[in-house]
Design a protein around this ligand. Structure first.
Ligand SMILES: Cc1cc2nc3c(=O)[nH]c(=O)nc-3n(C[C@H](O)[C@H](O)[C@H](O)COP(=O)(O)OP(=O)(O)OC[C@H]3O[C@@H](n4cnc5c(N)ncnc54)[C@H](O)[C@@H]3O)c2cc1C
Length: 421
């Protein structure tokens, strides 16, 4: 029986471990913290368990739904209530975005010169959209969306890595950006875009822990991985590293410096999330949330009116998120400072001054990897430098969302199994 170590018990590590165990390996998961889940984390706030990291997943990808099904959680998956977000721009709330891909409109007036794109090339999403649709579309539509998902400005995020379907349409010779966006979006679907777990992501974590049982070691940080494969004084046949990119750099730096450097250089943005439990009777607008345009006098980059977005959550639940690449000072503020900022933003944008019944502040240092232009080439170099017996998984690969992390973790488990056979 092969003996495989998995480092990190976030969703990536847990899924990799499950697949390895199912394939007959003896798996040991090392987690530095005293709980599993990483950025999937629920806390009790005002008597209610609420997610303070990821709270949803896109349903267009199959991975979370398939895993929920496999773990007997299909009936615990819930849909949003159907409300839409608004944009806060020029000091006022504005209506919907229409049909967009990460804020890039499917139909908009575009410069009439032919689109020039070299197949295989890359650019920032901001630069591409600016060149075809102007600054305003970037600042009022694309940037708010990109900042929400990737915690970085559109000018810092790669088209090829963040929007691979769009890059594929551009490579194939789309005549305009709008045409590429429409092709990448495909036919509109009637179903909900997002899903979540009725009991929060904790439900998914509990089900995974139940399957893996005592194979998870908590409070077991791995300071170093040595080829061969040795870690924490034990030998393994193979290792899956399912920790964020900066940690991979630290873990491999001494023994596999080329690989450690390449991964460790991938930047990650820090963010903070303030959850407010307002009285459920608070009159919140009929919106799922608010995205904030570039250069507004608002510290938050986005508000989620979670209690309006989801019927299963208490009505007064509001989440405000702060911080993006290069704008992280606010993340270091004291809890009191972040809570004051959240209340100010809520008052300024929505006119709500109600005293919260409970508050929670969660910081995620280096929490979201940033896919700079050229990221795909960095990943190719990382793949080429990864020796047999080692596989890498995590949000810095093929998408930051939970579905993409699951897909990458499954691929990492397959890679290790192939190496062992
Ligand atoms: C605020 C926020 C909101 C988000 N919202 C959403 C959302 O709504 N939907 C969505 O799809 N995605 C969302 N994401 C993204 C998604 O949650 C993450 O990309 C994903 O959960 C990452 O999982 P992971 O297992 O790869 O990494 P992590 O969750 O970071 O897990 C890594 C684990 O490794 C452990 N570890 C680190 N170093 C070591 C070491 N040396 N030894 C042992 N253990 C170690 C850590 O303690 C951690 O538990 C969000 C992310 C953030 C930060």
């Amino acid at each position: 029986m092969s003996n495989v170590a998995v480092v990190g018990a976030g969703i990536s590590g847990l899924v990799a471990a499950l697949r390895l165990q199912q394939a007959g390996a003896r798996v040991t998961v090392f987690e530095s913290g005293n709980r599993v889940g990483g950025k999937l984390r629920s806390e009790t706030i005002g008597g209610e368990r609420l997610d303070v990291g990821a709270e949803a997943f896109v349903r267009r990808r199959p991975e979370v739904l398939a895993l929920a099904d496999e773990l007997g959680l299909a009936d615990q998956v819930v849909e949003p209530a159907g409300r839409r977000p608004a944009l806060f721009a020029d000091g006022a709330l504005r209506g919907g975005f229409g049909r967009t891909l990460m804020g890039i409109p499917a139909a908009a007036d575009e410069v009439r010169i032919p689109l020039r794109w070299n197949p295989g090339a890359d650019a920032s999403i901001g630069a591409l959209v600016r060149s075809r649709l102007g600054d305003e579309v970037v600042e009022r539509s694309v940037d708010p969306m990109v900042s929400g998902v990737f915690a970085a400005h559109a000018d810092d995020v790669s088209v090829r890595a963040a929007l691979p379907a769009l890059a594929a349409r551009l490579d194939a010779g789309a005549g305009t950006l709008g045409e590429a966006v429409r092709d990448a979006l495909g036919e509109p679907s009637d179903g909900p875009v997002f899903g979540a777990f009725r009991g929060g992501y904790q439900q998914l974590l509990d089900a995974l822990v139940e399957r893996l049982g005592d194979r998870i070691m908590l409070g077991a940080p791995v300071p170093e991985v040595r080829p061969g494969w040795s870690l924490r004084g034990s030998l393994f046949d193979a290792v899956v590293l399912a920790v964020p990119a900066p940690q991979v750099g630290r873990l491999l730096g001494l023994n596999l410096p080329e690989l450690g450097d390449a991964v460790g250089k991938i930047p990650a943005a820090s963010s903070a999330l303030v959850t407010l439990r307002l009285p459920d009777a608070t009159e919140l607008p009929d919106l799922s949330g608010v995205l904030v345009a570039t250069r507004e006098q608002v510290s938050a980059k986005a508000f989620t009116l979670s209690g309006r977005k989801w019927d299963h959550l208490p009505g007064g639940t509001v989440r405000l998120s702060y911080g993006r690449l290069g704008v992280s000072r606010i993340v270091d503020d004291l809890d009191a400072g972040l809570i004051a900022a959240a209340r100010e933003d809520l008052s300024f944008v929505l006119g709500i001054d109600t005293e919260p019944e409970a508050v929670h502040v969660q910081r995620w240092y280096e929490g979201i990897p940033v896919y700079l232009p050229g990221h795909r080439a960095t990943l190719d170099a990382i793949e080429a430098a990864t020796p047999k017996g080692l596989a890498l998984a995590g949000a810095y690969f093929d998408g930051v969302g939970v579905p993409a992390c699951i897909a990458r973790a499954e691929a990492a488990a397959q890679r290790v199994l192939a190496d062992l056979s």
